[in-house]
Design a protein around this ligand. Sequence first.
Ligand SMILES: [Zn+2]
Length: 432
Amino acid sequence: MQYSDDAVSLSRDEIASVQVGLLRETIARARRAPAYQDRLQGISPDDIRSPDDVRKLPFTSKEDLRAGMPCGFLAVPMRDVVRMHYSSGTTGLATAVYHTRDDLHRWAQCVARGMLAGGVTDEDVFQNMMGYGLFTGGLGFHYAGELIGCMTIPAGSGNTERQIHLMHTFGSSVLHIIPSYALRVLYVCDGEGIDPLRELSVRVIYVGGEPHSDQLCRRIEDGFGAKVHNCYGLSEMCGPGVAMECAAQQGLHVCEDHFLLEVLDPDSLEPVEPGEPGEIVLTTLRREAMPLIRYRTRDIAHVIPGDCPCGSRHVRVSRIEGRTDDMLVVKGVNVYPMQVERALLGIDEVGRNYVITLDRPADLDRMTIAVELTQQAFADDMRRLNALRERIRRRLHSELDIGVEVELHEPGALPVTEGKAVRVIDRRDQEK
Ligand SMILES: [Zn+2]
């Protein structure tokens, strides 16, 4: 029998009522964690009468989690824990996240809800190309694929030739992959003379694990002839599955019966207007081993107002537009790497890779953007290449509000990784 999920049809009123009940339970559970005992003093579950009352509760930050390592936020006896993950820790020390058996099951349900909303069924062959192990990307989707009944291929990350061989041999129809790596796979297909549109069967691709632009998704869609759906999550909440994009591709539905969403101004910590970008702050509603209250994710996104044509009333958020700690200050102007990607990938001649380098010659910030071109564009004569460089430079200037240097490179010239892409090299501190 096809797996199904009733919570997807909850009305707004039902969601609010479910959230109030679960938030009260979460406060009671969180109190059992040493790190929350003091913080939640004077707060009673009865203080929560609407989801907005979450604002009566204290924030939790990554620094708090670090200070509470290894067990400060653990709210159950260790014998009830069946697995731990370790946050990827892109900035600073990693932190442990614990799961009970029920936590793992609910996590799989969240991801499965998103996969069903993207049209995945038990007929699909699901090739999971995310890293397995301490990183949550692999295991997070794995159990959801099995829950739906897909033939699930635990391919893991890397070994691009073997990935393509698996897709080709087993007719993989659904992928889960880091977006920059999806472009790498297309590039290797091209080198091996494989036409993904004719020789592969991919129809749905879930991407996540790193911030990326709509333009990058459209390129992946064109390359594979598939629909790309964005998936948002972070290991502190569980992993992927906090919010996923439905078939309408107009934003990511938050699993609101599992996570309570706030979007706040990162400085004032007050809610932003609907539609305005702000920091995503999340409260877990069902987590047993490690409930987290008002966790500051540092991810920047905005709520998409209005109803989704798919029928789900779970609130939608945009793709992640950046991270508060990704923000670069260049010549006194705030710049997110995502703005660079958005500007570059809107230009047809631009290939699949780019690197931003910052340095400070003569005490002045300099931003240099190295751009790979398509084979066809790179073969042009010098006069046309110079004109193209000027066009790219102007486009970046208008997007970023600062002048940049642009270098053009042939396809494959810039370094690639099989994990999260390294897009920014900041050498300014070394030059003081
Ligand atoms: Zn929808």
